[in-house]
Design a protein around this ligand. Structure first.
Ligand code: MN
Length: 407
C-alpha cells in the first residue's frame, strides 16, 4: 500500500505552516478488564497502515518541505508478555513509509514546541461526527483541549477531505476487495452445500465462518442469515431460527482480510429449489440489479441508481399482485460506498460517481405476508465509462443456484 502517496494528497489540501493530526484512538472498555477488539481509527490507518492504539500522525506543511512524524505506542515489555509483540519503531517506519517515527510519550512535548517556537497558523483535526450524541473520538477530545489551552489557534476539519480521498480506490485496495470476494464465494458455496431444511440459521452461519477462519479472514460485519419470516428484517443478526422446507434464506455477509472486505447478499431456497412464486419475485430483483449495473458509471448519482429500482418496481410489482406502494416492499436504497468501512465514508448526497469508486448494488424485495425477503447484492468498481463487478463468481441466476445446490 502506498501510504506516502495518500499523505501527499492530504498535504495538497493544506496551506503552508498548517499542521494536521490524526489519532489512532484507544481501546473501548467492554466490561471488567476486557476491552472491545481494537481497530485503529480508519483514517489514521488509511494514512499510516498501523493498526495499533494510541498512535498520532503529525503532518506539517512548510514552504519548501512536507514534514511527517509518526508517534507510535510506547513499547511495554511487560505487556508484550501478555498480549504479544508491539509494533517497533523500525516496523512502523517500514509499514508507513514515514521517516520520522517516535514514541507517543514524546508527542505532547514536541507538539508544544512546534506551537510555541515555530510558525503554525492553523491546526487540522479529523473531526468525524455522524450523530449529535455519540461518544467523542480522540480527535474531538483533543479539539476540546486545544480550544481551551490555545484559544487563538484556528482549528479546521480535515474529515471531509480525507473521506473524499478514501472514496477513490487504488489498485491495492481493489485487489484486496476482490480477494475478500473470492473467500466470500468459497464460504457461501460451502455453507449452501451443507444446508438443508430443518437446519438452524446459526448452523449455516457456522459453515460460512468456518471457511473464513480457514482463510485467516473475519467478518466484514455481523453476518445476516435470515430465513422465512426473518428475510424482510434488513439487519437481522440473531440467526437463531430453524429453517423449513420451501423457505428462502437471505444471506448478507462478507469476508474481510487485510482490512478490506466484500459486502454480498444472496437469497437461496433452503431445499435447493425455488417455488414458482419465489422464482417470479427473485427474477424481478435480479433483473433490476442488472439494470443498475448497466447504469452505474461516472456522472450518475446513487440517487439516480435507486430511482431505477423504484421505477422498475412501480411497473412490475402490480403485475405479480404486489399492489401496495413500492415502499411497502422495498425500504432501503440500492447503493452505498464500500471500502475500509462497509458503509464507507465520503458519500455526499447528490454528488456524481467518479472513476475508481466502489459501490454496492443491492436491490431487495420484501413481502412480509408471504414470508419472503429477497436481496441480491454485489460490489461494483466504477470505471471510465461503466463499471466492473468485483464478485462475478458468486452465483446468482436461478438456474446456476439450483444446479449448484442439486449437483
Ligand atoms: Mn450493503
Amino acid at each position: 500500500m502506498n501510504f506516502k502517496k495518500r499523505r501527499q494528497k492530504v498535504f495538497e489540501t493544506l496551506n503552508n505552516n498548517e499542521m494536521a493530526l490524526f489519532f489512532a484512538g484507544k481501546p473501548v472498555r467492554k466490561s471488567a478488564d476486557a476491552d472491545y477488539p481494537f481497530e485503529a481509527n480508519r483514517n489514521y490507518y488509511y494514512l499510516t497502515g498501523i493498526n495499533e492504539p494510541e498512535g498520532v500522525l503529525m503532518l506539517i506543511k512548510r514552504e519548501n518541505k512536507n514534514q511527517e512524524t509518526l508517534y507510535i505506542r510506547d513499547i511495554n515489555p511487560d505487556m508484550e508478555k501478555w498480549i504479544g509483540r508491539f509494533v517497533q519503531l523500525k516496523d512502523a517506519r517500514e509499514i508507513s513509509q514515514v521517516d520520522m517515527v517516535n514514541f507517543v510519550s514524546n508527542f505532547k512535548t514536541q507538539f508544544q514546541t512546534y506551537l510555541s517556537r515555530s510558525k503554525i497558523e492553523a491546526l487540522y483535526l479529523d473531526l468525524d461526527r455522524q450523530q449529535m450524541d455519540t461518544r467523542p473520538f480522540e480527535s474531538e477530545l483533543f479539539f476540546e483541549e486545544i480550544n481551551k489551552n490555545y484559544p487563538a489557534l484556528p482549528i479546521k476539519n480535515s474529515y471531509f477531505e480525507v473521506a473524499r480521498l478514501r472514496t477513490i480506490k487504488d489498485e491495492d485496495e481493489i485487489k484486496l476487495i476482490k480477494e475478500a470476494a473470492e473467500i466470500t464465494n468459497q464460504a457461501i458455496e460451502y455453507a449452501i452445500s451443507n444446508m438443508e431444511p430443518g437446519d438452524y440459521e446459526y448452523e449455516i452461519q457456522a459453515d460460512f465462518l468456518y471457511v473464513l477462519n480457514k482463510n485467516n479472514a473475519s467478518e466484514m460485519f455481523d453476518t445476516i442469515m435470515a430465513s422465512g419470516k426473518n428475510g424482510p428484517i434488513l439487519h437481522y443478526v440473531e440467526n437463531n431460527a430453524q429453517t423449513h422446507d420451501n423457505d428462502l434464506i437471505l444471506f448478507d455477509l462478507g469476508a474481510k482480510k487485510n482490512h478490506y472486505g466484500a459486502d454480498i447478499s444472496r437469497t437461496y431456497p433452503v431445499n435447493g429449489k425455488f417455488t414458482e412464486r419465489q422464482k417470479e419475485l427473485y427474477n424481478i430483483v435480479l433483473k433490476v440489479q442488472e439494470k443498475v449495473t448497466q447504469a452505474a458509471k461516472p456522472g450518475v448519482t446513487l440517487q439516480d441508481l435507486n430511482q431505477i429500482v423504484i421505477d422498475y418496481y412501480k411497473e412490475e410489482l402490480p403485475k405479480v399482485g404486489l399492489t401496495q406502494p413500492v415502499a411497502t416492499y422495498y425500504y432501503h436504497s440500492v447503493s452505498h460506498f464500500l471500502g475500509l468501512d462497509t458503509h464507507d465514508i465520503g458519500q455526499i448526497i447528490g454528488e456524481p460517481l467518479q472513476e475508481n469508486q466502489v459501490i454496492s448494488n443491492e436491490p431487495g424485495l420484501y413481502v412480509q405476508d408471504e414470508n419472503i425477503g429477497i436481496r441480491i447484492e454485489t460490489d461494483l468498481l466504477i470505471t471510465k465509462d461503466g463499471c466492473i463487478d468485483l464478485a462475478p463468481q458468486i452465483k446468482k441466476s436461478v438456474d446456476d443456484i439450483e444446479a449448484f445446490m442439486n449437483r
